[in-house]
Design a protein around this ligand. Structure first.
Ligand code: SAM
Length: 286
C-alpha cells in the first residue's frame, strides 16, 4: 500500500484507540490522525509498526510504556514544545484504560497542551454491549491482583456491588481467576465470558459461576485468548433479604439514634453494608 503523509495537525497529544484484533475497526479519524501526526508514541513500537504498515502509514515512532512512561513523557513534551502533533497508542483498544497513558495525559495537560481523544475500540465497552446483561450501571474493575490471596480479597470487596462488574484477565490466569470468583461469590452468580472479541475465535457465553469452570475445561482453546469477564451485580439488598432480625434491630435502634448511627452499629455487628441499612431507614421514613 502507498505510504501516506498528509498535512500536519494542530499541536496536541491525540489519544488514539486502535483495533482489539480486527483491523476493520480502525476509525476513519484514527487513521487520519495517525497519518498526519509527526510522532506516534506507542506501548510496543514493533507491535504498532505492524498496524501502521497495514494502514499504509509511515510514521516516526517512540516508545511509551509502563516502565518508561515518566522519562518518555519528557521527550513527548519536547515534541509538543517544538510545535508538532503527537499520537499516543497502545497495543490494542483505548490508551489509559488498563494501559499506559494516564500519566502522560496528566503531564501534557499540566504543561498547558491540548489532549484530544480519538475514540474507538475498548474491550470493556465491546463486551458490555454484547453481554445481554441488563442494567444501566457498571463498575470497571480491570485486572484483579495476580496473587491468589490478594485476588480473593479483591473479589470479596465486589460481593455487595449491585452494578455489573467488568474485569480484564490475562489468558494464563483465567482458570484460577474463575475458580476464585465461584468460591468467593458463590455458584449462583451469573458470569459472561467475552473472549477474543472481534477476532476469528470470538465467543460470548453467559452462565452461572457454578457452570463456568466446566465451560472453560470443555475446550482447551478456552484456556487461552483474551477475556473480558462480566459479573452480574449483587441482587439489591432489600429489608427482606437483609433478614428480619437485623431489620428489627435496625429499626429499634433508629427510634433512639440518628439513622446513620443506627446503620453504622448494625453494619459493625453484622458485616451488612452500612449504606444499604441507611437506605432502608430512609425508605421507612418516606
Ligand atoms: N486498553 C485496552 C482496552 O481499551 O480495552 C485494554 C488493555 S489491557 C492491557 C488488555 C486486556 O484487555 C486483556 O487482558 C483482556 O482482558 C482485554 N482485551 C483486549 N483485547 C481483547 C479482545 N479482543 N477480547 C477480549 N478481551 C480483550
Amino acid at each position: 500500500m502507498k505510504a501516506e503523509r498528509e498535512a500536519a495537525l494542530p499541536t496536541a497529544l491525540y489519544v488514539v484507540a486502535t483495533p482489539l484484533g480486527n483491523l476493520g475497526d480502525i476509525t476513519a479519524r484514527a487513521r487520519e490522525v495517525l497519518a498526519r501526526v509527526a510522532v506516534v508514541a506507542a506501548e510496543d513500537t514493533r507491535h504498532s509498526q505492524r498496524l501502521l504498515d497495514a494502514l499504509g502509514i509511515r510514521a516516526r515512532m517512540m516508545a511509551l510504556h509502563e516502565h518508561n512512561e515518566q522519562q518518555a513523557v519528557g521527550a513527548l513534551l519536547e515534541h509538543l514544545q517544538a510545535g508538532v502533533a503527537v499520537a499516543l497508542i497502545t497495543d490494542a483498544g483505548t490508551p489509559a484504560i488498563s494501559d499506559p497513558g494516564a500519566r502522560a495525559v496528566a503531564r501534557v495537560q499540566a504543561a498547558g497542551f491540548t489532549v484530544t481523544p480519538v475514540p474507538g475500540p475498548c474491550a470493556a465497552v465491546a463486551a458490555l454491549s454484547a453481554s445481554g446483561l441488563v442494567g444501566t450501571r457498571f463498575d470497571f474493575v480491570g485486572f484483579l491482583p495476580p496473587r491468589a490471596q490478594a485476588r480473593r480479597a479483591a473479589i470479596a470487596a465486589l460481593r455487595e456491588r449491585e452494578p455489573v462488574q467488568v474485569l480484564y484477565e490475562a489468558p494464563h490466569r483465567i482458570v484460577e481467576c474463575v475458580a476464585d470468583l465461584r468460591d468467593v461469590l458463590g455458584g449462583a452468580r451469573e458470569i459472561v465470558f467475552a473472549r477474543e472479541l472481534t477476532k476469528l475465535h470470538e465467543e460470548i457465553a453467559r452462565m452461572s459461576l457454578a457452570d463456568a469452570p466446566a465451560w472453560l475445561a470443555a475446550d482447551a482453546n478456552r484456556q487461552r485468548g483474551e477475556y473480558v469477564l462480566l459479573l452480574a451485580g449483587a441482587p439489591p439488598q432489600t429489608a427482606e433479604a437483609i433478614g428480619a432480625r437485623e431489620t428489627a434491630l435496625l429499626r429499634a435502634l433508629a427510634e433512639h439514634l440518628p439513622p446513620k448511627t443506627a446503620a453504622a452499629i448494625v453494619a459493625g455487628h453484622t458485616g451488612l453494608p452500612k449504606k444499604r441499612l441507611y437506605e432502608i431507614l430512609l425508605a421507612q421514613k418516606d
